[in-house]
Design a protein around this ligand. Structure first.
Ligand SMILES: [Zn+2]
Ligand SMILES: [Zn+2]
Length: 194
């Protein structure tokens, strides 16, 4: 890697979120830094669309580590409003994303795929889809449980009232399923008697 050189283009924030890696993949020792603007984008995470707020530009460093191999590091930050898992009220979460990936040329990906079919949703040929990469990273970094508060009481299963705000007074008693089965048998016995 003695003949490596570095090109930094950090003054310009790209609005085009597709970036062709061909030059870095094929230039031994080359490192490129790029910044992308995701602020106006809707992001699709696990089938759900989000409009992040206070989005910092995505900074990526792409380093050629071997012919057709890139070591990528990236970071960005944004606030995404998720629904509370229990009561569906909006819960803003600040996401500080810092990530790394090894990217391979299409040929090497095809070879690596033999045996195990692993799809890489953010690479199309040699073109990196920065938005898809960030969407994947959000999915991986999402909190497993999103709660508006630790003791959120959720929604009433009968009337849908937010139990943090009101006592709806519904009878939410769930009968023991084994007894429910007994009820069916009694019902059938009654019908036979008639
Ligand atoms: Zn809640
Ligand atoms: Zn209720």
């Amino acid at each position: 890697m003695t003949k490596g050189y570095t090109v930094y283009i950090i003054h310009k924030v790209r609005e085009n979120l597709k970036y062709d890696l061909y030059d870095v993949l094929t230039s031994e020792g080359k490192t490129v830094s790029e910044t992308f603007d995701l602020a106006k984008e809707h992001l699709l995470v696990a089938g759900q669309e989000y409009d992040p707020q206070d989005t910092e530009p995505v900074t990526l460093t792409l380093q050629n580590i071997a012919l057709n191999k890139i070591y990528l590091t990236g970071k960005t930050a944004m606030t995404i409003t998720f629904p509370c898992d229990r009561c569906l009220e909006p819960v803003p979460e600040r996401m500080e994303l810092s990530f790394e990936r090894e990217l391979l040329s299409e040929d090497l990906r095809e070879k690596a795929k033999e045996g195990e079919a692993e799809e890489c949703g953010y690479l199309d040929g040699s073109v990196l889809d920065v938005k898809a990469l960030v969407e994947e990273e959000i999915l991986l970094s999402m909190p497993a449980k999103i709660l508006c508060r630790n003791d959120c009481k959720g929604l009433c299963p009968k009337c849908g009232a937010n139990l943090n705000e009101t006592e709806c007074g519904c009878d939410t008693f769930v009968p023991d399923p084994r007894l429910a089965g007994l009820g069916d048998i009694l019902e059938k016995m009654k019908q036979k008697e008639v």
